[in-house]
Design a protein around this ligand. Structure first.
Ligand code: THG
Length: 369
C-alpha cells in the first residue's frame, strides 16, 4: 500500500509539542482521539532498540482525559467499568475496561482517582465523552463531564528514573507503579504517574499548562543529554512483545472483555452496578469461543492495515491477526491475534498469506517477553 502525507486541519488536532517533535524529525503519525500521535522517528527498529536501552520523551497528548466530577461521579465511573472501584483510593491509577450494555468493549482507559468526586479517564481511541454524557443524561446524574486541556508527556525507558529525579528530585523514585502524586519544577506543579505504554518503566506527566509543558519538554532534552535521551513514541514492536493492548487494533466494540484477556479486571461477584453485568455473567457461564493470543510467523515482514486471516491445512479459519511487526529480538514476525477455540493452544500451527506467498506460524502465550 502506498503511503500518503496526512492533511492537517483543526479537526485533526495538533498538540502543544507538535512543533518540537517535527523539528526533531518525527517520521510518521497515526491518528488517536482525533489528534496527532507520533508513530516513528528514526525507524521502528532503531526507536525500539533505543527505548530498551536509554530514555525517551513521548508526546502522548492524544491520550485524552475525560474528566468526570460532582456528586454522582463515582456512580457514573463505576457504571461504565466492570472493574470494582468500590475500594479505590485517591492517588491511584486503575486500568479498567469500559463495557456497554451488551457486554462489549468501549475503551480501556487508565482511571485516575483525583478525589472522591473527581476522576480522569485517560482514554484510548474512542469517543468515551459522548458515551459518558449519554449515560449521565439518561440517569439524571449530578455530574460535570469535560475534556480538560491536559497534554501528557511520557518519559519511558530504563534511564527514566535518572532523568526524572534530576528534574523533580530524588523523591520521585519512591513513586510506585500505577500511583500518582504532585511534583514541583520551576514554580510549576505537575501531576506525575508511574505508568506508560511501554514495559521499559517510566512516568507520565499530565501537563495542564501548555507553555510550562513546552518549557519542561525542552528541559527534559537539555538535562537528558548524559542519558542519551531521544524523542520517541509508543513502539509497535515493543508493545506487541509486552502485550500492551490497543483499542481499535487488537480489540474493539465487537469483542467482550473475556475474549480480550481482561479477566483480572472483571469483577462479577461484587455488589457494584455496571452496564453489561448480566451479559458478562452469562458469557462467563457459557465460556468463550475465541480469545486474544500471541502468534509467531516465520517471516521477516508484515504490513498491517486490516485483519489478516489465519488458516489450517484444510483451509478452515483459525483466527485473525490484529497487530503484528517484525521483532529483531525473536527474528520472526510477532503478533496479537483473535484465535478460535479449537486452535488456541500454545504451539498450534497455521498458515498465513503475506505478499501473495504462504508462511507458517504458531500460536503462543502473551506477553512474548
Ligand atoms: N497511559 C495513559 N493513558 C492511556 C494509555 C497509557 N490511554 C490510552 C491507552 N494507554 C490505554 N490502554 C492501556 C493499556 C495498557 C496499559 C495502560 C493503558 C498498561 N498495562 C500494564 C500491563 O498490561 O502490564 C499494567 C496494567 C495493570 O496491571 O494495572 O500499562 O499508557 N495515561
Amino acid at each position: 500500500m502506498k503511503n500518503f502525507p496526512i492533511a492537517k486541519s483543526r479537526r485533526l488536532r495538533s498538540t502543544p509539542y507538535t512543533d518540537r517533535i517535527e523539528a526533531q524529525g518525527v517520521s510518521s503519525y497515526t491518528v488517536y482521539n482525533h489528534m496527532l500521535l507520533p508513530a516513528s522517528f528514526k525507524s521502528l527498529e532503531a526507536d525500539y532498540q533505543h527505548l530498551k536501552n536509554y530514555v525517551q520523551v513521548w508526546d502522548v497528548a492524544a491520550e485524552r482525559q475525560v474528566e468526570i466530577s460532582g456528586k454522582d461521579s463515582a456512580k457514573l465511573v463505576q457504571l461504565m467499568t466492570c472493574r470494582d472501584l468500590s475500594k479505590s483510593k485517591v492517588g491511584k491509577c486503575y486500568y479498567a475496561p469500559l463495557i456497554d450494555n451488551e457486554g462489549l468493549l468501549i475503551n480501556d482507559p487508565i482511571i485516575n482517582k483525583l478525589a472522591e468526586d473527581k476522576w480522569w479517564l485517560s482514554i484510548a481511541d474512542s469517543d468515551v465523552i459522548f458515551f459518558a454524557k449519554g449515560l449521565a443524561a439518561g440517569n439524571n446524574f449530578e455530574v460535570e463531564i469535560k475534556e480538560p486541556n491536559v497534554n501528557i508527556l511520557a518519559v519511558q525507558g530504563p534511564l527514566s528514573n535518572d532523568l526524572m529525579s534530576k528534574l523533580f528530585g530524588e523523591k520521585i523514585k519512591q513513586l510506585k507503579f500505577f500511583n500518582f502524586s504532585y511534583f514541583d519544577f520551576k514554580n510549576n506543579k505537575y501531576f506525575i504517574a508511574r505508568s506508560g505504554w511501554s514495559k521499559q518503566g517510566g512516568f507520565e506527566i499530565y501537563v495542564e499548562n501548555d507553555k510550562a509543558g513546552q518549557d519542561l519538554y525542552d528541559y527534559l532534552f537539555e538535562n537528558g543529554k548524559e542519558f542519551n535521551v531521544r524523542p520517541g513514541c509508543p513502539n509497535l514492536i515493543e508493545r506487541i512483545e509486552g502485550a500492551l493492548l490497543s483499542y481499535g487494533n487488537d480489540f474493539d466494540n465487537r469483542d467482550n472483555p473475556f475474549e480480550a484477556n481482561f479477566d483480572n479486571f472483571i469483577n462479577l461477584d461484587s455488589e457494584v452496578n455496571f452496564l453489561g453485568k448480566d451479559k458478562l455473567r452469562k458469557i462467563n457461564q457459557d465460556g468463550i469461543t475465541r480469545k486474544l493470543r500471541g502468534v509467531k510467523i516465520d517471516h521477516n515482514t508484515i504490513d498491517m492495515y486490516c485483519e489478516k486471516t489465519l488458516f489450517d491445512d484444510n483451509n478452515n479459519i483459525v483466527g485473525y491477526v490484529r497487530s503484528a511487526a517484525y521483532s529483531p529480538t525473536f527474528k520472526q514476525v510477532v503478533g496479537i491475534a483473535m484465535i478460535n477455540k479449537p486452535y488456541w493452544n500454545t504451539k498450534d500451527q497455521f498458515k498465513i498469506e503475506i505478499n501473495e506467498k504462504i508462511y507458517v506460524g504458531t500460536v503462543c502465550d502473551l506477553p512474548f517477553i
